[in-house]
Design a protein around this ligand. Structure first.
Ligand code: HC3
Length: 321
């Protein structure tokens, strides 16, 4: 297994062709000062995610720990840096490969993967990176698993030459695989990964680090969004009503002004109001207009405060925990 995955084997070359990985080159395994073996690879990966460019160069630094025992167990860490994807300067991927020999002809491979952050991005960006990285990583390891199973089938048929594909059909077998917490199968599919695979249930149910399934999260967020929408609708009607009030105010002020002008232009035989009375009436009119404006502004202020609160709530909901 170590040779298949971590040397220039015909398996890994074939796998690179399947993954449309090109321009691969690697340094030789070399012991470092602390006694671990190191090598680094560079290659160009092709990406099927429509949100990302089609190609990206990548550097992979691999460390084979000195605690490894040839033919018995291997502990290997690899850090993968993808250079030409969005937000590439924020993250890298850490893979830990564990190979343990079960018997002379059998071994178990475990892979642990984590998306590591070099600097902390804004909440939404972080969830975008995590989501898209995980889907690419999952896709890669599913394919690696399928190819390894194919090689195993070839070997069991007596071929033993891991370099040839030989037109074999994939044989399904029971196998176990340890998924990281956030990828563990949902109970409704049963605990056996094979069962889930055969039931052809579509995408695997993911759960958050807090143990909530993605469905629960989606339902929760939809509810919050619904409440926010209702609150915004309320706000919309309130503003509408305010516009109505403003219109009435405008009409009544206009009416009052018209009445006052009519009174001024009234014929001489009609009793006239003295200048003192008129200025008192003007002041009263102005006072009314000012009071109405103050009321309107206060209503506007409270509505804007509600809107501000809604935005803050929406931001908190959108940011991942
Ligand atoms: C999915 C991935 C590119 C492929 C990387 C591979 C599968 C390459 C071969 C290595 O042996 C294993 C490996 C580890 C990490 C994988 C990368 C993680 C993230 C990257 C995506 C294309 C990045 C998309 C994230 C985005 C959209 C924010 O840029």
């Amino acid at each position: 297994m170590f040779e298949l995955l971590f040397t220039d084997s015909s398996f890994i070359r074939r796998f690179m062709i399947v993954r449309k990985t090109t321009n691969a080159s690697s340094t030789a395994w070399q012991k470092d000062a602390s006694g671990h073996m190191k090598r680094s690879l560079t290659y160009t990966i092709s990406i099927s995610n429509p949100l990302v460019g089609k190609l990206s160069t990548a550097t992979e630094n691999q460390t084979l720990y000195k605690e490894s025992r040839d033919g018995q167990y291997y502990l290997l860490d690899s850090e993968v840096y993808t250079h030409d994807v969005p937000y590439h300067d924020y993250f890298y991927t850490q893979n830990r490969y564990y190979i343990i020999s079960n018997s002379k002809r059998k071994c178990r491979l475990r892979v642990y993967t984590d998306v590591k952050y070099k600097k902390q991005p804004w909440g939404l960006v972080k969830s975008f990176i995590t989501k898209n990285s995980w889907s690419g990583i999952e896709d890669y390891f599913r394919q690696l698993e399928a190819e390894l199973l194919e090689v195993e089938a070839e070997m069991n048929q007596g071929g033993g030459d891991t370099g040839k594909i030989g037109g074999l059909r994939r044989r399904r077998r029971t196998y176990s695989r340890t998924l990281p917490e956030h990828m563990k199968p949902n109970k409704q599919y049963g605990q056996d990964p094979e069962q889930r695979r055969d039931s052809n249930m579509g995408p695997i149910e993911m759960s958050s680090p807090h143990g909530w399934s993605s469905t629960t999260l989606v339902i929760g967020m939809s509810l919050i969004l619904l409440i926010l929408t209702l609150m915004n609708l309320g706000l919309f009607f309130k503003l509408w009503a305010m516009e109505d009030v403003a219109h009435h105010m405008y009409l009544s002020t206009k009416q009052r002004l018209r009445e006052r002008n009519e009174a001024r232009l009234a014929p001489d035989y009609m009793p006239r109001q003295g200048p003192e009375y008129q200025s008192r009436e003007d002041a009263q009119l102005l006072k009314n207009v000012l009071q109405d404006s103050i009321n309107l502004l206060e209503q506007l202020r409270s509505s804007l405060l509600v809107l501000h609160k809604n935005f803050a709530m929406a931001n908190r909901t959108a940011a991942p925990h």
